[in-house]
Design a protein around this ligand. Structure first.
Ligand code: URP
Ligand code: ZN
Length: 464
C-alpha cells in the first residue's frame, strides 16, 4: 500500500527542492530527505520533476451542443486528461432545455460521468433562463451537492444571462460564497457580425475570429468586473481570457484594488494564433470561442503570467469535435461548425515546454497556474493541487530532458486531431498517480474505468 518516490525534484507553487515523497494508500504521508520505509515500493525519480497532478477546471466532456456532441465522453476524455498529467477536472455542463430546473443538468451529468471517469471530477453548474426560483436552487444545490460554482454566458443567444440576471446571480453568489465563472463576449457585436458576414457570403473559417473581435471580449470582461464590483465585489471568474485588450481591463480592476475575482486563460491562447484560420479546410479545427488571437496577444498573456498577480489559472476549455465528421458541419459556413477544440491531453506538456523550458515562467509558477490555484479557487485545495502531507497522492513524474514531437497518433482522446500537431515539445510525462495508484506509465493508460470519484467541493478562495 506504500510507495516511496526517491530523489525527485519536487515542485510546489513556491519552491523546487530535491527530496522523497512517501505515499500511504491514497494520501501523501510525508515529504523529506532520505526517507526510509522498508515495506514501501521504491520509485527512483532521480533527475525527474515531481509535480502535483494538474487540475483542469474548464473541460466539456460529452458536451451536447444540439448539432453535435463533444466526441470525448467522461471515459475517453479523462483517459486523455490522465495521460496528459491531469488528475482532476471540473467540467462545465451543457445548456439544458428551457423550463427545467437547475437540478436537471446535475442529474444528467452524474449519469454521464459516474462509472466512466478515470480521475476525480466535479461539475460547474450552468445558468440559463434565470428566475428567482433558480437563484434559490443554486444555493440549495451548492449545499447538497457541493457544486459551488455556477457558470453564466454573456453570449449564446437565448441561453445567455442578461445583465439584469447576471447582476442578481452575482449578488446571490456573494451572499452564498459561490463562484460565478463567466464566458465574456458582447453578444450583440458577435451576432451582428455573424449575420453580416453570412449575408455577404463570408463563410470561410477566416471570418470566425473577425466575427468575435478582441474588443467584444474586453467590453464583456469590463462589464462583468463592474457588475461584480457593484454586487459587493462578488466572486466572479473570467473563463478563457484570450486577448491583450481584455487583460488591460483586468489589470485596471486589479490596480483599482478590486478583490475576489479570478482570471483564467487557456494553453491555446498562449501558443496558437489566428493564422490557424487561414487555410480554409484546416481552419475548422481551430473554431472555438473566443477565437485564437494575434502573436502579440499570446505575448501579453505570457508576460502577465510571468509577472504574476494578474491571471490565476491556465485551463483548456477542452471541447473536442472530430475534424473528419463533426467539424465538417461548418465546411460551407463557419457559423455551423461546432465550437471547441481538444486540449486536455496537451496542456501540461505544452505549458511546460513553451512556458518553463521556453524561459517564460518558472516551475513554481507553472504549478501554481495548472494545479494549486485552480484547486484553491474551486474549493478542492488542499486535497487536490498540492504535494503536502494529507493531500491526495495525485502526482506526476515528468522527465525534463526528454523531447518529442506531438502527434495525434500517440494520443488517447477520441478526437482525430490536435491543434498542436507537429509541435516540438520538451519534457515528457513518465508516470501519473491518482490517489496513490499509478494510472499512466510511459504514455500508456493503466487505470480503470469508473475509478474517478465525484468531488463535492467546498467554497473556494475567491469567496474568503
Ligand atoms: O468554443 C468553445 N469554447 N466551446 C466550448 C463551449 C464554450 O463556450 O465554452
Ligand atoms: Zn468552455
Amino acid at each position: 500500500m506504500k510507495k516511496l518516490i526517491k530523489n525527485a525534484d519536487i515542485v510546489t507553487e513556491s519552491a523546487v527542492f530535491r527530496g522523497d515523497v512517501l505515499i500511504n494508500g491514497e494520501k501523501t504521508e510525508c515529504i523529506g530527505r532520505d526517507i526510509e520505509c522498508p515495506d514501501a515500493e521504491l520509485i527512483d525519480a532521480s533527475g525527474k520533476l515531481l509535480l502535483p497532478g494538474a487540475v483542469d477546471v474548464h473541460t466539456h466532456m460529452d458536451l451536447d451542443v444540439g448539432i453535435a456532441r463533444a466526441c470525448d465522453d467522461f471515459y475517453s476524455g479523462t483517459v486523455a486528461a490522465a495521460c496528459g498529467g491531469t488528475t482532476c477536472i471540473v467540467d462545465h455542463m451543457a445548456f439544458a432545455h428551457e423550463n427545467v430546473s437547475l437540478m436537471h443538468q446535475v442529474d444528467e451529468y452524474h449519469r454521464l460521468a459516474d462509472g466512466r471517469a478515470v480521475i476525480d471530477y466535479g461539475f460547474h453548474g450552468v445558468l440559463q433562463h434565470m428566475n428567482d426560483d433558480k437563484l434559490s436552487e443554486m444555493k440549495e444545490i451548492a449545499e447538497r451537492e457541493g457544486i459551488t460554482s455556477w457558470k453564466a454566458y454573456m453570449t449564446y443567444g437565448a441561453n445567455m444571462t442578461d445583465d439584469e440576471w447576471l447582476y442578481k446571480v452575482l449578488r446571490t453568489a456573494n451572499e452564498a460564497g459561490l463562484v460565478i465563472p463567466v464566458h465574456c463576449e458582447n453578444d450583440a457585436v458577435v451576432e451582428t457580425l455573424k449575420a453580416e458576414f453570412g449575408a455577404a457570403g463570408k463563410w470561410q473559417p477566416r471570418w470566425h475570429p473577425l466575427s468575435r473581435p478582441a474588443g467584444a471580449e474586453a467590453e464583456a470582461v469590463s462589464r462583468l468586473l463592474h457588475l461584480a464590483k457593484i454586487a459587493g465585489e462578488a466572486p466572479a471568474y473570467i473563463v478563457h481570457l484570450s486577448a491583450a485588450e481584455s487583460l488591460a481591463e483586468v489589470e485596471k480592476a486589479r490596480r483599482a484594488g478590486q478583490k475576489h475575482f479570478g482570471v483564467e486563460t487557456c494553453a491555446q491562447y498562449l501558443t496558437l494564433t489566428d493564422s490557424a484560420y487561414d487555410a480554409d479546410s484546416e481552419g475548422l479545427k481551430a473554431i472555438m470561442s473566443p477565437p485564437l488571437r494575434k502573436r502579440e496577444d499570446c505575448g501579453a498573456i505570457w508576460d502577465a503570467l510571468s509577472k504574476g498577480g494578474v491571471i490565476d489559472t491556465i485551463a483548456t476549455d477542452h471541447c473536442p469535435f472530430t475534424f473528419s465528421k463533426q467539424k465538417q458541419l461548418g465546411r460551407d459556413d463557419f457559423r455551423k461548425c461546432p465550437n471547441g477544440a481538444p486540449g486536455v491531453e496537451e496542456r501540461l506538456n505544452v505549458v511546460y515546454s513553451e512556458g518553463v523550458a521556453g524561459g517564460r515562467i518558472s516551475l513554481p509558477q507553472m504549478v501554481r497556474y495548472l494545479c494549486t490555484e485552480p484547486a484553491r479557487i474551486f474549493g478542492l485545495y488542499p486535497d487536490k493541487g498540492a504535494i503536502m502531507p494529507g493531500a491526495d497522492a495525485d502526482l506526476v513524474i515528468l522527465d525534463p530532458g526528454a523531447e518529442h514531437v506531438l502527434s495525434i497518433a500517440d494520443m488517447h482522446t477520441a478526437c482525430d486531431y490536435s491543434c498542436y500537431e507537429g509541435m516540438k515539445l520538451r519534457g515528457r510525462i513518465e508516470k501519473v498517480f491518482s490517489r496513490g495508484k499509478i494510472i499512466v506509465r510511459d504514455n500508456e493508460f493503466i487505470g480503470n474505468r469508473g475509478y474517478g470519484r465525484y468531488l463535492r467541493r467546498h467554497n473556494g478562495s475567491l469567496t474568503e
